[in-house]
Design a protein around this ligand. Structure first.
Ligand code: SAH
Length: 228
């Protein structure tokens, strides 16, 4: 099985790139795809760039051009729950969209509004988390809400929480999950909190982007190590 791995920003794939062997590069529709191996597993790694459309384009290419057996989105997000803070981590129990009436998706393709994380990938991630030496952050299985906006405003944060009850917000996960769902490919989104999606989000993001991105990538490395 080939693992399809997407990070939206260069910081989110940087650590993974350093661990990759036998790398072959190909550019498709302006995005660079790196095929190779990490921890002995076949992977295709891509930096999709930010936002739902870029992420969907990347995920569809992984499905059709590379026939990936699973899709993992690794990266950072803004925390919207009480029980986690910056540098803690969310595994996608499910993903929804927050920037339109998300229930509309039930009427139109792919006729569901919630995209669940794959149970086997969740179990593998939990196992990997327990084995990370000196792990000093919390994690939870939770809801991730996706939209084409950097959430750094209290009113918007409150409105998203009222409408979709997420544990964190970001800008790609549900788009990737929708593509994976449409192609019947197991999918998991891993997000480490870079900020609290409030008025301080910009500053917090700048401070914690790299370390949060690396936490998420390190978890994925442990998953690849543990995987059969
Ligand atoms: N200030 C940065 C913003 C990039 S967009 C810049 O100018 O480069 C933020 C990226 O991190 C997106 O890929 C998104 O998925 C994630 N993210 C982190 N915190 C977020 C938040 N509060 N709201 C939305 N997306 C967030």
């Amino acid at each position: 099985m080939t693992w399809g791995i997407i990070g939206a920003m260069p910081s989110e794939i940087a650590l993974l790139e350093t661990q990759m062997s036998n790398v072959k590069k190909e550019t498709i529709s302006g995005l660079s795809y790196q095929s190779g191996t990490i921890r002995g597993k076949d992977v295709v790694l891509c930096c999709s760039e930010i936002g739902k459309v870029n992420a969907a384009m990347c995920a569809q290419t992984l499905a059709l051009r590379y026939n990936v057996g699973c899709m993992i989105n690794t990266g950072v997000a803004g925390c919207t729950c009480e029980d986690l803070g910056v540098l803690d981590l969310v595994l996608s129990r499910d993903l929804v969209f927050h920037d339109y009436d998300w229930k509309l998706q039930e009427k139109y393709h792919p006729h569901t509004s919630r995209f669940p994380g794959d149970p086997k990938l969740i179990e593998l991630a939990k196992k990997a988390l327990e084995q990370i030496p000196g792990r000093d952050y919390q994690y939870k299985l939770g809801r991730i809400a996706t939209g084409d906006v950097f959430v750094d405003d209290e009113d918007l944060r409150r409105s998203i929480i009222e409408r979709t009850e997420p544990d964190c917000v970001e800008m790609e996960g549900a788009a990737i999950a929708l593509v994976a769902y449409s192609n019947q490919i197991p999918c998991l989104v891993i997000r480490c909190m870079s900020d609290n999606a409030n008025g301080d989000a910009g500053m917090s993001f700048d401070t914690f982007e790299k370390i949060a991105a690396d936490h998420s990538a390190k978890l994925l490395l442990s998953m690849l190590e543990l995987a059969e």
